[in-house]
Write a protein that binds this ligand. Structure first.
Ligand SMILES: NC(=O)c1ccc[n+]([C@@H]2O[C@H](COP(=O)([O-])OP(=O)(O)OC[C@H]3O[C@@H](n4cnc5c(N)ncnc54)[C@H](O)[C@@H]3O)[C@@H](O)[C@H]2O)c1
Length: 338
C-alpha cells in the first residue's frame, strides 16, 4: 500500500517503501491541522521510515494527534498546541515540513498570501533555527518563491545557515506534469517523469517536456496549451473548490513523496533525485528549482538545467523578472523585521 508515494522522480520506477536500517527519523509537521497538514501527517504516519511524528499547529493538534496515534504503524505521534509548545515539538527533529499558513481563494495569486504567510514562516523557521538548526527544512507555505528566501535569511540571522538543508517543495508541479502528460499520451502516470524547474508560481513554473522520461513529443500548439495547464493547475483547484481552499490532498501526496525521497537519501540510498526550489548558482536567479541529487546531508549535487530547447530557454528567461522580485521581497521582509 502507498508504494506509489515513494516513487523516485528521477527514473519513474515504482518502488516499495524503503526499510533501511536507520529508519528512525523524527519528522515535525508545522501546520499539521490544516487541509494539507492532516492528510500529509496521515501519509507520514504510514511510513516505516519514521519513528516519531510531531504535529504542531495553533489549533486542533490534540485531536489530530489522538486520531492518528491509533493507526497500527510504528511512528509515535505527539501533538503540540500553541506557540509555547513549539520549541518542544522541534527537539531532535531530522526533518521539518511546514504547510502552515493561509491558502488562496478564487481570484488570488500566491503573492497575495505574502503578508500573512511571510510572518508565519518567519516565526516558525526562527524556532527551527533555534531548536533544530541541523534539520532539513521543507517549506510548502506559499508564496514558495518568497518563503524560501525568508527561511534562508532567518537561518543566516541565527548563524546556522546551510543552503543544502532548505527546500521549497515544488513536487506538486512535477506530479501534475506527470499526470497531464500521461493523460495526453495514454501512458501510466506512475512511469512518467517530467522535470519542472524555475519557481512555484504562474510563469515561473517551467516544465521541461523535452527532458521527460519516457521521451514524449508534442506539436507546438499542443505544447503551448499543456504548459499553461501545468502552470495554472493550482488555480484550477482553487476555482473548483470555490472558496474552500487550494490543493490539499494532491499536495499532501506530493509533500509526502518529497519527504520520503529525502529520508531515503538521508538513509544512504543512492541516486535519489527530486526537483526543489533552493539556493542556486544555475541561473542568474539566486534561488531556482532544478533536479537535485539528494544525499545524507541534503543536497548532494545540483544537476542543473540540462539541455533546453529554444522554447524552454525563452520560458526560463521570461520567468527571471518575477522570480527575482519575489526573492527580493522575501529577503527585504526579513531585513526589515525586528
Ligand atoms: N507548495 C505547494 O505546492 C502548495 C500547494 C498547495 C498549497 N500550498 C500552501 O500551503 C499552505 C497551507 O495550505 P492549507 O490548504 O493546508 O491551508 P489551511 O488553512 O487548511 O491550513 C493551514 C494550517 O496552518 C495553521 N497555522 C496558521 N498559522 C500558524 C502558525 N503561526 N503556526 C502553526 N500553524 C499555523 C492553521 O491553524 C491551519 O491548521 C498555504 O500557504 C498554501 O498556499 C502550497
Amino acid at each position: 500500500m502507498f508504494s506509489r508515494i515513494a516513487r523516485p522522480a528521477s527514473h519513474g520506477l515504482i518502488r516499495g517503501l524503503s526499510t533501511t536500517a536507520q529508519a528512525n527519523a523524527r519528522v515535525a509537521v508545522l501546520g499539521a491541522s490544516g487541509g494539507i497538514g492532516q492528510p500529509l501527517s496521515l501519509l507520514l504516519k504510514n511510513s516505516p521510515l519514521i519513528s516519531n511524528l510531531t504535529l504542531y499547529d495553533i489549533a486542533h493538534t490534540p485531536g489530530v494527534a489522538a486520531d492518528l496515534s491509533h493507526i497500527e504503524t510504528r511512528a509515535k505521534v505527539t501533538g503540540y498546541l500553541g506557540a509555547e509548545q513549539l520549541p518542544e515539538s522541534l527537539k531532535g527533529a531530522d526533518v521539518v515540513v511546514i504547510p502552515a499558513g493561509v491558502p488562496r481563494k478564487p481570484g488570488m495569486t500566491r503573492d497575495d498570501l505574502f503578508t500573512t504567510n511571510a510572518s508565519i514562516v518567519a516565526t516558525l523557521t526562527e524556532a527551527c533555527a533555534k531548536h533544530c538548526p541541523e534539520a532539513m527544512i521543507c517549506i510548502i507555505s506559499n508564496p514558495v518563491n518568497s518563503t524560501i528566501p525568508i527561511t534562508s535569511e532567518v537561518f543566516k540571522k541565527h548563524g546556522v545557515y546551510n543552503p543544502n538543508h532548505i527546500f521549497g517543495v515544488t513536487t506538486l508541479d512535477i506530479v501534475r506534469a506527470n499526470t497531464f502528460v500521461a493523460e495526453l499520451k495514454g501512458l501510466d502516470p506512475a512511469r512518467v517523469n517530467v522535470p519542472v524547474v524555475g519557481g512555484h508560481a504562474g510563469k515561473t513554473i517551467i516544465p521541461l517536456i523535452s527532458q521527460s522520461t519516457p521521451k514524449v513529443e508534442f506539436p507546438q500548439d499542443q505544447l503551448e496549451a499543456l504548459i499553461p495547464r501545468i502552470q495554472d493547475a493550482g488555480t484550477e483547484v482553487v476555482k473548483a473548490k470555490a472558496g474552500a481552499g487550494s490543493a490539499t490532498l494532491s499536495m499532501a501526496y506530493a509533500g509526502a513523496r518529497f519527504v520520503f525521497s529525502l529520508l531515503d537519501a538521508m538513509n544512504g540510498k543512492e541516486g535519489v533525485i527530486e526537483c526543489s526550489f533552493v539556493r542556486s548558482e544555475e541561473t542568474e536567479s539566486p534561488y531556482f528549482s532544478t533536479p537535485l541529487l539528494l544525499g545524507k546531508n541534503g543536497i548532494e549535487k545540483n544537476l542543473g538545467l540540462g539541455k533546453l530547447t529554444a522554447f524552454e530557454e525563452k520560458l526560463v528567461s521570461e520567468a527571471m523578472g518575477e522570480l527575482k522580485a519575489s526573492i527580493k521581497k522575501g529577503e527585504d521582509f526579513i531585513k526589515s523585521r525586528k
